[in-house]
Design a protein around this ligand. Sequence first.
Ligand code: NAI
Length: 339
Amino acid sequence: MFTARQVFGAVQRRAFSASSRQASKVTVLGAAGGIGQPLSLLLKLNPRVSQLALYDIRLAPGVAADIGHINTKSEVRGYDATPTGLADALKGAEIVLIPAGVPRKPGMTRDDLFNTNASIVRDLAKAAAEHSPEANILIISNPVNSTVPITAEVFKSKGVYNPKRLFGVTTLDVVRASRFISQIKNSDPANENITVVGGHSGATIVPLLSQSGHQLSGEELDQYVHRVQFGGDEVVKAKDGAGSATLSMAMAGARFAESLLKAAQGEKNVIEPTFVDSPLYKDQGCEFFASNVELGPNGVEKIHPVGKITEHEQKLLDVCLSDLKKNIEKGVKFAKENP
Ligand code: NAI
């Protein structure tokens, strides 16, 4: 796992020096949005990316023209919302990041986005299954707990599902967890590594502070856990109707993509938390679960178990599993009933 400082120090250094060892096309679907634009910018700074394909239903060619002037080697192309535009954006992609969809407004949960985003993700997943069936698919669009199962169902229905290549991006939860503990402990967040497991919304986000060497108790622990679980609400409230986290999310998405590219290019011990098709809690009805995952050239290399946890964390996990199961079932049901 990498800290924000390690990733961006490395990205910046390499942006001005080394060339990539391998040609990697990265596609962003929803590239003109609040997340899409800064995410595309950070990917342009990454020398492991040789081609950047930016697709959106509005403005993607403009964003591509703008980012394309940055003096790094990768080719940037913008694609309009035409059937060939989407197909061309996807063809040959090694990584497809999907932040397309609507964000939350104050008072909304991520599940409130389901009605709009479920069909957007389904349709983009269909196109990805057809035009880039072997790519790593990184789902950012919320509710991730349901949009990942929707994507899996679409890929299954087309006969191209590879569970090792589908990821729900939960990186922002661990980014927040390290930042928030550093604010309590007055430490450097770059050195904080907090495991977060479960899913990506409210009570399904379970930080495992006991594994980090830090100890909090009583109200302080409750407040910390609540802040990690509902940190996104702070941003939604502060933006006051103009959306949810975009800049921190772009950083988190770029970090995850960088980790996948590193692993694909042969680096070992690349570990990121992510929401994947996982054996850990299948027996409790959760086909998908986020835990630390070792990445490799084939995507998921090894899913780490949750490990030793406290009684308090077990209680959080129990609540998580019951909510998560419903979120997953909702996604699967939608995909089956609305093919
Ligand atoms: P936004 O509204 O600023 O941008 C969304 C973009 O998607 C827009 O440019 C829109 O034109 C585009 N879009 C809509 N339908 C599309 C389609 N069918 N094909 C291609 N593009 C399409 O929203 P923002 O803030 O960028 O958030 C995007 C999503 O990411 C939301 O669902 C939000 O909840 C989620 N999110 C996820 C996080 C995570 O940790 N996984 C964190 C923060 C947000």
